[in-house]
Design a protein around this ligand. Structure first.
Ligand code: 2F8
Ligand code: CA
Length: 136
C-alpha cells in the first residue's frame, strides 16, 4: 500500500523521495503529515541506498543545528554520532557559507555526499518512516 504511493522499503524503514521542492522546514512538516520525518542516516548501507536512489539530485535530509552551540542533530531524534558521520560530508563541508547554512542536503552520488545549505532553499527531500513487517 505504501509502495503504491511511492515509498521505497529498505532495512525496516520506508523512504519517500519527493518530486516537489520545499524549504527544509516545510519538507519536515510534510513528512510529519505522513507519519514520518526527514531521514536520518546511521550506516554506510543506508547512506549508499539514499545516494544511489537520489541519483545526484539534491535532497534535504533530517540533519539540522540546535541551540547556541549549533550542534548537529537528527530531527527524528536519532542520536547524532559526530565521529561516525564525518565520512558522509563532502570534503570541505560543512562550511556554513554566510553563517547561514543550518540544514543538510544530500548533494553527491557518493558516500561523501552531505552539504550544509541555507534552510530557506527549496529542494527535493527524503522522508523516512520505521516499519517492521509482522507475522499475519
Ligand atoms: O562549493 C561548495 C559550496 O557551494 C555552494 O556555495 C557556493 C553551496 N551553497 C548552496 O548550496 C546554497 C555551499 O553550501 C557549498 O558549501
Ligand atoms: Ca555548505
Amino acid at each position: 500500500q505504501m509502495v503504491s504511493q511511492g515509498w521505497k522499503y529498505f532495512k525496516e524503514n520506508f523512504y519517500y523521495f519527493s518530486h516537489v521542492s520545499k524549504t527544509w522546514y516545510s519538507a519536515q512538516q510534510f513528512c510529519v503529515s505522513r507519519n514520518s520525518h526527514l531521514t536520518s542516516v546511521t550506516s554506510d548501507s543506508e547512506q549508499e541506498f539514499l545516494y544511489k536512489t537520489a541519483g545526484g539530485r539534491f535532497f534535504w535530509i533530517g540533519l539540522t543545528k540546535a541551540g547556541t552551540d549549533g550542534d548537529w542533530y537528527w530531527v527524528d531524534d536519532t542520536p547524532f554520532n559526530k565521529v561516525q558521520s564525518m565520512k558522509f560530508w563532502i570534503p570541505g563541508e560543512p562550511n556554513n557559507v554566510g553563517n547561514n547554512e543550518h540544514c543538510v542536503n544530500l548533494k553527491m552520488s557518493s558516500l561523501q555526499s552531505w552539504n550544509d545549505a541555507s534552510c530557506d532553499h527549496q529542494l527535493l527531500f527524503i522522508c523516512k518512516r520505521h516499519y517492521i513487517p509482522s507475522e499475519p
